[in-house]
Design a protein around this ligand. Structure first.
Ligand SMILES: Nc1ncnc2c1ncn2[C@@H]1O[C@H](COP(=O)(O)OP(=O)(O)OP(=O)(O)O)[C@@H](O)[C@H]1O
Ligand SMILES: [Mg+2]
Length: 218
């Protein structure tokens, strides 16, 4: 049995529920430009899903692919130079109708060296180039960047907040009801989809349904 969160993974921005920032992201996809987007917020709210949907809409994973994936923990200075140095950058190639889309997960784990390097290169290699390049980063916690010395780095990104409040939870309920109907199980108790701060995670809610599905199957 495959995992429920994969089976119900939205592949377009239209399928992502309960996030007011999706309207802005849809406007961006309709009228893309060289830019750096930062999708931030609590876990299980749709950040990676939205980033992947934008990459699908604007890039190609054919051969050669114009979608590149990195994690903040591995995005060391050497790798940053490989991506942004004009001699080695995959962005130096013309990409026709497609966009080069670099996805960086967990931006909060970047080293100070990489932050310093990117601060300059977001302006030069991404925003001010004749190649079509978009960087999309995700983060659970951007408070670290609000501290002294990192503000300027944060200011280089267009920011999109993903919410995890009660409005998000209630917007998810229709989709969750649809999942339960398709799986043929009664609606479960979603209490544990909220953490102790009261934030709701769609990933946790899908895991609750998955547990119920296993119980029914056993
Ligand atoms: N807003 C949403 N609308 C529809 N499905 C969602 C939404 N948010 C999350 N999901 C579902 O939950 C799963 C996890 O979402 P996703 O990986 O996008 O979360 P995330 O915000 O990137 O979390 P993390 O911060 O832990 O990486 C997705 O595979 C998708 O099935
Ligand atoms: Mg994610």
């Amino acid at each position: 049995m495959s995992r429920l969160f994969c089976e119900w993974q939205p592949t377009t921005l239209d399928e992502i529920v309960g996030q007011p920032c999706i309207a802005r992201l849809k406007r961006f996809v309709a009228n893309p430009r060289n830019d750096a987007l930062l999708l931030y917020g609590k876990s299980g709210t749709g950040k990676t899903t939205a980033a992947e949907a934008i990459a699908t809409a604007l890039g190609t994973e054919g051969f050669p692919s114009t979608v590149y994936r990195l994690n903040g923990t591995e995005f060391c200075l050497e790798l940053a130079e490989r991506y942004f140095d004009p001699a080695s950058s995959p962005f130096r190639f013309k990409s026709g109708q497609y966009w080069h889309v670099l996805l960086v997960e967990e931006l909060e784990f970047l080293s100070q060296q990489t932050i310093n390097y990117l601060k300059n290169h977001i302006e030069v290699t991404i925003k001010n180039t004749d190649r079509k390049v978009i960087v999309i980063a995700t983060s659970n916690d951007i408070s670290l960047f609000r501290k002294e010395g990192k503000r300027a780095f944060l200011d280089r990104w267009k920011q999109y907040e993903f919410t995890a409040d009660i409005a998000f939870a209630s917007a998810c309920m229709n989709r969750l009801a649809q999942v339960c109907t398709c799986e043929g199980i009664p609606p479960p108790d979603y209490t544990t989809a909220f953490d102790d701060e009261g934030t709701f995670s769609m990933r946790r809610a899908l895991d609750i349904i998955e547990d119920a599905r296993l119980e029914v199957a056993s």
